[in-house]
Ligand binder design. Structure first.
Ligand code: ADP
Ligand code: MG
Length: 696
């Protein structure tokens, strides 16, 4: 075994370890639980817990934790040691099935959107055996779900698991119609490509905005940006290369399939892409990847920025959610087939996605909505805020011919039947050309490209799974009762294409024409988080979630409130940080430069009244005017922040933050950025964009 093979998964209690360490019947029972979602017997959990503990201790672990994903978007853990007193002053290392299966973290400080405040402060964690336990820094981490006393989900994992179960159920109904009774399970697969920035850690600590908000709230554009296009896929700097090597190793130890590392478009920007896995594991792995990126960066005296838009005027960072459906028999359901029957099945899944994306554009938009991502969507670097789908010319021609009922390659109108007539093959690589589409079919999967870099992929996948489950359930209802399956199938696919083709757009999504065209097609353009979020609680969407038991009405309301609150809090922190930097750093720096200029001019005049002081005087005049305007804008932002009280509801509060505070922030920033270009380097109180983007 080479080193990579040896370390890969070495810190994971995976199938290999379970088979090795668990008695056969226990192993089989656990496998059944994992694969079919069956509940576990207590005797089994005791045995698994013991094996896990022995394994973890051998690997140097001293603690265990229930690792969960609360609504903060990051992961949470509370460490307990394995020690247990024996009575004679010594200890033994213990870990019971009860401790493995259920935990009770003090949950009162996690966001709940009012769910817990009303009756019970307690929250519980429960083991999710479908994602492997692993060791992180001497602690055995057990992936868990997190829920309230009343059983409501307080995390991002529970609804994800519910949605994959539901999609499985509905997809199996469809597969049965095509005679695939051998398939026992359909899962969704995901491969999230992750973008990030690396900056020098010493410089990072000199910027309060980066430390407190993750992005620069001030900063003039550097003389050199990304216009030379010399960073993308360029040679990787030694310090960054060392970071990537180290990161890969840490990820591999956790069984994370880190595959590709490269430079991205903007200076100091990079990307990591893993090999895809099932959605539950993929989501856990993406959370761990983000955490490790930050931690490994520290070892290299770097700071990893996962904010969607750390630098104004420079590309921001996103995440591409590659998504597909796969059977336990190894078939990718979004892979076009070779026979007419296989193609018919592919087309049915494809049209389910088309219909789902059209009917639930709002939910897809909401699943990527955050204050940070608002800086990217529609800003000529990320897909716009308008949700549409790209299918490519070849597949478009197939859809057109089905809709028109014309057999391709024949001029006469024949009654074209899906599942009977042979469709042309659509070459895979020709479908991936359009990089501007928010939702692109890329040959055998969909690539949802609107996610921000810090987004947990859980949200978007909950929505994808749920909307496709809904469409498949409608399709199954219709087809299960059909007298002639082939005719009913053809009619259904044809009708669906015709009713939902408005969502397909194969052109340039960044163009202004598309914005107009989309409007005329009746597509939504929800520009900001505040515009988008209220759709989450619309009647249509509540009906969808409750029908498929993804969220209860209470859970929907609570999540809506958490997301809106999060938006307001983010802007509030940003505004306060700006005020502090403006008053305590920028204004004093500018005034001290003005003073030195004035002193210089005065000294020169003393030497000789004929001495030319044009440069000093011009700068003093210009900067004094800017400083005065800056002071007024500080006052304006201050007033805006003070005015953020007494709202009727959370929506009004969000709207105020968006319309009033965000605007005042932008106005303050623009004066500061102009002053930065005029003030001497040694006066400017923190590192500039050039320092941050190029000194790595
Ligand atoms: P690119 O987007 O750069 O063209 P690829 O097509 O190789 O790159 O894949 C990008 C990502 O898509 C990778 O993370 C890969 O693992 C993932 N991916 C590939 N196939 C699937 C699939 N069937 N389901 C989910 N993700 C997939
Ligand atoms: Mg991609």
């Amino acid at each position: 075994m080479n080193k990579t093979e040896e370390i890969f998964g070495s810190l994971v209690f995976d199938d290999r370890v379970m088979r090795e360490r668990l008695p056969k019947p226990i192993y089989r029972a656990l496998k059944r639980t994992i694969e079919e979602g069956k509940s576990l017997d207590k005797s089994i959990s005791d045995c698994v817990a013991n094996a896990m503990k022995d394994w973890a201790i051998e690997k140097g672990a001293t603690h265990f934790t229930h690792w969960f994903q609360p609504m903060t978007g990051i992961t949470a853990e509370k460490h307990d040691s394995f020690i247990s007193p024996v009575g004679d002053g010594s200890i033994i290392m213990e870990f019971s099935g009860k401790e493995l299966v259920k935990g009770e973290p003090d949950a009162s400080s996690f966001p709940s959107g009012g769910i817990r405040a009303t009756f019970e402060a307690r929250g519980y964690t429960a083991w999710d055996p479908s994602s492997y336990a692993f060791i992180k820094e001497d602690t055995l981490c057990i992936p868990t779900v997190f829920y309230s006393y009343g059983g409501e989900a307080l995390d991002k994992k529970t609804p994800l698991l519910r949605s994959t179960e539901e999609l499985n159920r509905q997809a199996l109904r469809i597969l049965a119609l095509f005679g695939h009774t051998d398939v026992k399970r359909v899962t969704t697969t995901v491969g999230p490509e992750q973008e990030y920035f690396l900056v020098d850690r010493d410089l990072y600590f000199k910027r309060e905005d980066l430390m407190l908000t993750g992005r620069t709230l001030f900063g003039a554009k550097p003389p050199k940006g990304q216009e030379m296009e010399d960073h993308y896929f360029g040679a990787i700097k030694p310090r960054v290369a060392a970071f990537m090597k180290d990161l890969d190793e840490e990820l591999w130890k956790l069984g994370i399939l880190a595959k590709t590392e490269h430079n991205e478009v903007a200076p100091a920007q990079h990307e990591l892409a893993p090999i895809f896995s099932n959605t539950n594991m993929g989501t856990d792995h993406n959370q761990l990847t983000m955490e490790l990126m930050k931690n490994v960066a520290i070892r290299h005296n770097l700071a990893c920025l996962l904010h969607e838009k750390p630098f104004a005027g420079v590309n921001g960072s996103g995440k591409h959610n590659n998504w597909s459906l796969s059977t336990d028999t190894g078939i990718n359901l979004l892979e076009p087939g070779d026979s007419p029957q296989d193609n018919a099945q592919f087309l049915l899944f494809l049209t389910a996605v088309i219909k789902g994306v059209d009917e639930y554009q709002d939910l897809l938009r909401i699943s990527v909505a955050s204050a940070g991502n608002d800086h990217r969507l529609g800003a000529n670097e990320a897909p716009p805020a308008i949700v549409s789908m790209f299918v490519g010319d070849e597949l478009q021609a197939v859809l057109d011919s089905i809709e028109q009922g014309v057999v391709m390659g024949q001029s006469s109108k024949e009654d074209m039947k899906v599942g009977v007539h042979i469709l042309p093959r659509f070459p895979k690589d020709s479908t991936d050309r359009n990089r501007t589409s928010p939702f692109a079919f890329t040959g055998n999967k969909f690539e949802f490209r609107m996610l921000g870099s810090s987004c947990s992929i859980s949200g978007p996948n909950i929505i994808l799974n749920t909307i496709v489950a809904e469409e498949l359930s409608q399709f199954a209802d219709e087809l299960e009762g059909a007298e002639d399956f082939t005719s009913a199938l053809t009619a259904l696919i044809r009708r669906t294409i015709s009713e939902h083709k408005r969502i397909i757009f194969n052109g340039n999504n960044y163009s202004d024409e598309w914005v107009k065209e989309a409007e005329s097609r009746g597509l939504l353009n929800l520009k900001s988080t505040v515009d988008a979020l209220p759709y989450f609680i619309s009647e249509k969407n509540v009906a969808l979630f409750t029908k498929h038991k993804i969220f209860t009405a209470t859970e929907i309301q609570s999540r809506y409130e958490i997301m809106m609150e999060n938006y307001c809090k983010t802007l509030n922190i940003e505004a306060l940080t700006m005020l502090e930097m403006a008053k305590k750093q920028i204004l004093p720096a500018v005034l001290s430069y003005i003073k030195d200029l004035s002193d210089t001019a005065a000294v020169k005049k003393q030497l000789s009244s004929a001495m030319c002081c044009d440069a000093e005087e011009a700068l003093i005049t210009k900067l004094s005017a800017l400083a005065s305007s800056f002071y007024k804008k500080i006052e304006a932002l201050n007033q805006a922040v003070l005015g953020a009280t007494d709202f009727d509801d959370i929506k009004a509060e969000g709207t105020y933050y968006h319309d009033v505070i965000f605007l005042a922030m932008q106005e303050l920033r623009s004066v500061a950025d102009e002053m930065e270009t005029l003030v001497g380097d040694k006066y400017w109180p923190f590192p500039t964009y050039t320092d941050l983007l190029y000194r790595v």
